[in-house]
Write a protein that binds this ligand. Structure first.
Ligand code: DSN
Length: 417
C-alpha cells in the first residue's frame, strides 16, 4: 500500500478512498482496453511540485517567468515523443484526447465544414464527428462504418463516401476497433479527395511504439493520441505532425484552445516515453497482442461471438446477443466477480448505447502485471463462468469467482502499486 502521510493527516476521508481504489486495482482483473497501470516513476513525476507552475506558451516562448526547469522538462518530453514515433513535430500539451482532437478541428476547419470519421457504434470516437459531440454539432459530419458480415472497415466504401462528400478532415482510428488500421489505405483515399488524414492512435500508441502495430507516420498528416492507454503514461494527450503543420497545430492548442499546460503531466509523459524506448517495452507491446489473441480464442471456444471474428491488437469486442444477456448486465455481474470491463455497443446494435448488446475488453493492464497466455485462458474461463452466473442471477457464484480472481491476482504485482 502507498504511504501518503500528509494526506492521511489532512484529509483521512480522501486518503481512505484512495487506499480502497488502490486495493481494488490490485485485487481485480482489469480488462478495460483503454486503461493500464503506470509505473511508480510515472506516478512520482505526476505528483510533483510542477503542479505549482504556470507556463502558458511553449519552451523559450512563455508568458510567465521562472521557466528554467519547466522548459527543459517539456523539451525532453517533445524530443522523446519525436524520437519514439520518428516524427518531425510533437506537441505534448493537450489535456487529453478530446482536447487534442478539438485542436485539430481548430487548426484546419471552419464551423460547417464537412468532416468524416468512423461512426461511434461502429467503433469510432465521439470527437470524430458523432452527433452528440461538439464535433458533430459545429461541423457537417459524415460517418463510415464497418461491414455487417465482416465487422471490418471496407475501404472501398470509405473511398466512395469520401469522393461523394469531399471532407476536409478524414479520421481513422477509434475506441472499439479490434483490427489493424490500414493507414496507407486511408492515406490514398485522403489524397484522392484532398482531405487531411488524421490518425487517432489513442488506443494503440503503445503497440505502435513497441512495433506491434504499423505506424501512421508517413501516411497521416496529423496524429493524435492520449498518453494513458497502451502507452502507459499519465492521463494526457499529444499531437504529432510534419513540419508543415507544426505552427497551425501549436497555435490551435495554445492559445486557441487551452491555457497553461499541466506540467506535472508533461513530466509524467516524458518518463513514460523514456520507458517506452526500452527494449522491454517492445516485448510488452507484443505480449499485449499475444494475450489478446489467447483470450479471444478462449472466449470463442466457449461460444462467444467476437466482432470481426477475433483481434489483431489489444482489444476484443464481444456481441452477447447469442448468449441472451445484455452487455450492461454482464459487465455489472463481471465487476462483482472481480473482472472490470465495460459494456459497449456493437456494430448495427439494435439496443441503446446505455444498455447495448456487447462488452469490450482488452489486455494492456493484465499484461503490465506480467500475466501471459496461461492466465488469459483462466480469465476466459472466469468471464464465461461470470456470464453464466449473471444469466442465472447467481450472486453466490459471482462472489465465489471473485475469491478465485483474488487468488490469481495476488501472484501478479501491478506496476505502480
Ligand atoms: N474513453 C476512451 C475509451 O475508453 O476508449 C476513449 O475516449
Amino acid at each position: 500500500m502507498q504511504n501518503y502521510p500528509a494526506l492521511h493527516s489532512v484529509d483521512p476521508e480522501i486518503a481512505e478512498l484512495v487506499a480502497k481504489e488502490e486495493q481494488r486495482q490490485r485485487e481485480k482483473i482489469r480488462l478495460i482496453p483503454s486503461e493500464n497501470y503506470v509505473s511508480k516513476a510515472v506516478l512520482e513525476a505526476s505528483g510533483t511540485v510542477l503542479q505549482n507552475k504556470y507556463s502558458e506558451g511553449y519552451a523559450q516562448k512563455r508568458y510567465y517567468e521562472g521557466q528554467q526547469f519547466i522548459d527543459r522538462i517539456e523539451e525532453l518530453a517533445v524530443a522523446r515523443c519525436k524520437s519514439l514515433f520518428g516524427i518531425a513535430h510533437a506537441n505534448v500539451q493537450p489535456y487529453s484526447g478530446s482536447p487534442a482532437n478539438l485542436a485539430i478541428y481548430l487548426a484546419f476547419c471552419k464551423p460547417g465544414d464537412t468532416i468524416m470519421g468512423m461512426a461511434l457504434p461502429a467503433g469510432g470516437h465521439l470527437t470524430h464527428g458523432w452527433s452528440v459531440s461538439i464535433t458533430g454539432k459545429f461541423f457537417r459530419s459524415v460517418a463510415y462504418g464497418v461491414g455487417k458480415k465482416t465487422g471490418r472497415v471496407d475501404l472501398d466504401e470509405v473511398r466512395e463516401l469520401a469522393k461523394r462528400e469531399r471532407p476536409k478532415l478524414l479520421w481513422c482510428g477509434g475506441t472499439a476497433i479490434p483490427r489493424t488500421i490500414d493507414f496507407s489505405g486511408f492515406a490514398s483515399i485522403a489524397k484522392e479527395v484532398g482531405a487531411i488524414l488524421v490518425a487517432d492512435i489513442a488506443h494503440i500508441a503503445g503497440l505502435i511504439a513497441g512495433g506491434a502495430h504499423p505506424s501512421p507516420v508517413g501516411h497521416a498528416e496529423v496524429i493524435s493520441t492520449t498518453t494513458h492507454k497502451t502507452l502507459r503514461g499519465p492521463r494526457g494527450g499529444m499531437l504529432m505532425c510534419n513540419q508543415e503543420h507544426a505552427s497551425l497545430i501549436d497555435k490551435a492548442v495554445f492559445p486557441g484552445l487551452q491555457g497553461g499546460p499541466h506540467n506535472q503531466t508533461t513530466a509524467g509523459i516524458a518518463v513514460a516515453l523514456k520507458e517506452a524506448e526500452a527494449p522491454e517495452f517492445k516485448k510488452y507491446a507484443h505480449a499485449i497482442v499475444e494475450n489478446a489473441r489467447a483470450l479471444a480464442a478462449e472466449l470463442q471456444s466457449r461460444g462467444y461471438d467476437l466482432v470481426s471474428g477475433g483481434t489483431d491488437n489489444h482489444l476484443i469486442l464481444v456481441d452477447l446477443t447469442n448468449k441472451n444477456i445484455p452487455g450492461k448486465k454482464a459487465a455489472r455481474a463481471l465487476d462483482r466477480a472481480g473482472m472490470e470491463l465495460n459494456y459497449n455497443t456493437v456494430p448495427f446494435d439494435p439496443r441503446k448505447p446505455f444498455d447495448p448488446s456487447g462488452i469490450r475488453l482488452g489486455t494492456p493492464a493484465v499484461t503490465s502485471r506480467g500475466m501471459g497466455v496461461a492466465e488469459m485462458k483462466k480469465i476466459g474461463e472466469f468471464v464465461d463462468r461470470g456470464i453464466q452466473a449473471a444469466i442465472k442471477e447467481d450472486e453466490a457464484a459471482l462472489d465465489h469467482i471473485f475469491a478465485e480472481v483474488k487468488q490469481l491476482t495476488q501472484h501478479f504485482s501491478a506496476p505502480g502499486l
